[in-house]
Design a protein around this ligand. Structure first.
Ligand code: SF4
Ligand code: SF4
Length: 343
């Protein structure tokens, strides 16, 4: 890791140069409270000081909601062609918890099976991270996700008159050398940065006792009454999955043209919270009850992948809490397991 300092006066020129020379994706205000990561053509469109979390998360750049995987042609011979679309892009202004969300997806899409489509996009993506203001539902520090140690090329932290710049990769260093004037960080700069991080962490207001949840989850798992109570208002709408930076479930569907000559396979985001998720041929549903679906969602995020990857499949961003019309709150539910077990 290289540690540099960039004067604030050159920040705008740095961004303008990146926008002019690269395909640049950054946060843009969509309405009063929502930002989205979209292609930016002019610096005036960019709003890196977003207060609300971005919905949908930036994972859509690597794992799009709809993505063609295969195209085929039927005839005397059957021609099958895999479709892998990727191009060099800069993803700018993504915060630490969403970078940690992408780090989780990196593991998922490269462990048991190398997902060519995901990997091609990830390899061509240059990530420039930046802290953003947490919402009142954010519990990233409890999940160890308010700070990104890796998964980015460059990370900017805004200090008083300068940016503290962490450069994690040769690709990131090249961009900084071409487009920005920086100097090596001094002991004074590090001191200022440490204080900045200390103040930044104070902005997160929600704490969860994740260790207790992990240790006691299996005890709570069989308490059907408690899960029925937690899930009683759930509409099974799946919004919590769609806004989540770490949810990875997808469905693959076939489309064939009416002339029966051409077809394609497309993957689409799926949701473990909707009733059809557990439905199989013959009409059997492995998970017909909403309380079982919610329980399984929590197990997947907060237990299964800790055992498999040593990483939670939740970065504490709080989006699912904001998106849930039934006011189901994962942070409260994590803490409720503690109460239940200590009674
Ligand atoms: S927990 Fe909330 S967001 Fe998720 S499926 Fe149920 S109602 Fe929808
Ligand atoms: S489960 Fe909820 S809080 Fe955790 S990463 Fe997903 S959206 Fe964020």
């Amino acid at each position: 890791m290289l540690y540099k300092v960039m004067d604030k006066s050159i920040y705008k020129d740095f961004i303008k140069a990146l926008i002019s020379n690269c395909e640049f994706i950054g946060p843009k205000k969509k309405d009063k409270s929502v930002h989205d990561f979209v292609p930016i053509k002019n610096i005036s469109e960019l709003d890196a000081n977003y207060m609300r979390t971005t919905i949908p998360p930036a994972k859509k750049i690597l794992f799009p909601p709809n993505e063609q995987l295969v195209a085929y042609e039927l005839g005397e011979n059957i021609n099958v062609r895999s479709v892998v679309e990727s191009s060099k892009k800069i993803l700018f202004g993504i915060n630490a918890w969403d970078i940690n969300g992408m780090n989780f997806l990196d593991k998922f899409f490269t462990t048991d099976f190398i997902d060519e489509n995901y990997v091609a996009k990830r390899e061509k993506l240059l990530v420039i991270g930046m802290d953003s203001e947490p919402t009142e539902t954010n519990f990233s520090p409890s999940m160890g996700a308010e700070y990104a140690k890796d998964g980015f090329d460059i990370y900017l932290a805004e200090l008083k008159n300068k940016y503290f710049v962490r450069i994690a990769t040769p690709k990131g260093n090249e961009i900084v050398e071409i487009y920005a004037k920086t100097r090596d960080a001094s002991a004074e700069d590090f001191k200022e940065y440490d204080k900045y991080m200390e103040d930044y962490r104070m902005k997160f207001k929600v704490d969860v006792d994740i260790k207790n949840f992990y240790d006691n989850f299996e005890l709570a798992y069989s308490n059907e009454d408690s899960w029925r109570e937690i899930a009683k208002d759930c509409y099974s709408c799946g919004s919590c999955n769609l806004v989540c930076p770490t949810c990875f479930c997808f469905n693959v569907k076939d489309d064939i043209e009416l002339n029966l000559k051409y077809g394609s396979k497309t993957r689409e985001w799926d949701s473990c919270m909707i009733p059809e998720y557990g439905l199989v041929a013959g009409g059997h549903n492995f998970r017909p009850d909403k309380e079982n679906r919610l329980k399984q969602r929590y197990r997947c995020k907060l237990k299964t992948f800790v055992d498999k990857f040593g990483k939670y499949a939740c970065v504490g961003c709080g989006r699912c809490i904001e998106a849930c019309l039934a006011k189901i709150n994962i942070a409260e539910d994590i803490n409720s397991v503690k109460k239940e077990v200590s009674i």
